[in-house]
Ligand binder design. Structure first.
Ligand SMILES: C[S@@+](CC[C@H](N)C(=O)[O-])C[C@H]1O[C@@H](n2cnc3c(N)ncnc32)[C@H](O)[C@@H]1O
Length: 158
């Protein structure tokens, strides 16, 4: 089965190269951008302005191929791709929780963006603590990972 989606909008960000882009919103140091929602979907943004954070589901359009084992940005050991947030996935879907600063017509102003300029947006959902936050969690290999990298290097660029 082939699943096809069409983007509902596009991310505008200060980042044009994978290398040097923040590896996650939590490490983006306030980097700002926008989501330009295509006009035919703008009505769907009503009531979103009351939320402080949104979930962006994106097509990581500049992923180059996929691998089932990768050395993540924060580790030195190969890990299964589905135990990581690496971009070179069989279906290169990105999930970024970003701060929503403002809604102006069809344009969302966002903060803590870890996506390249031009990234196609597949969906937008409000982040809801009750639904999405957890207090008792285990984080597997990340608990022992010692690297403190904030920006991507070129490991997934080839
Ligand atoms: C580790 S991924 C995390 C993305 C998302 N927060 C997630 O967890 O799914 C973030 C990195 O992917 C790369 N990246 C960002 N936008 C991309 C795009 N549109 N296509 C390919 N790679 C992208 C950049 O190198 C960035 O540092």
């Amino acid at each position: 089965m082939i699943v096809e989606y069409s983007p509902i909008g596009v991310v505008r960000s200060p980042f044009s190269e994978k290398e040097g882009t923040p590896i996650q919103p939590s490490r983006a140091d306030g980097a700002r951008g926008t989501v330009e929602v295509f006009p035919e979907f703008a009505e769907g943004l009503s009531d979103l302005d009351g939320f402080s954070h949104i979930i962006l589901l994106c097509h990581l359009h500049r992923s180059s191929g996929w691998r089932l084992k990768v050395v993540p940005f924060l580790d030195t050991e190969p890990r299964g791709i589905f135990a990581t947030r690496a971009p070179c996935r069989p279906n290169p879907i990105g999930l970024s929780v970003v701060n929503l600063l403002a809604v102006d017509g069809n344009v969302l102003s966002i903060e803590n963006v870890d996506l390249l300029d031009g990234t196609p947006v597949l969906d937008i959902k409000p982040f809801v603590g009750e639904f999405d936050a957890r207090t008792e969690i285990r984080t597997g290999w990340l608990e022992a990972a010692r690297l403190r990298r904030d920006r991507a290097d070129d490991r997934f660029s080839g």
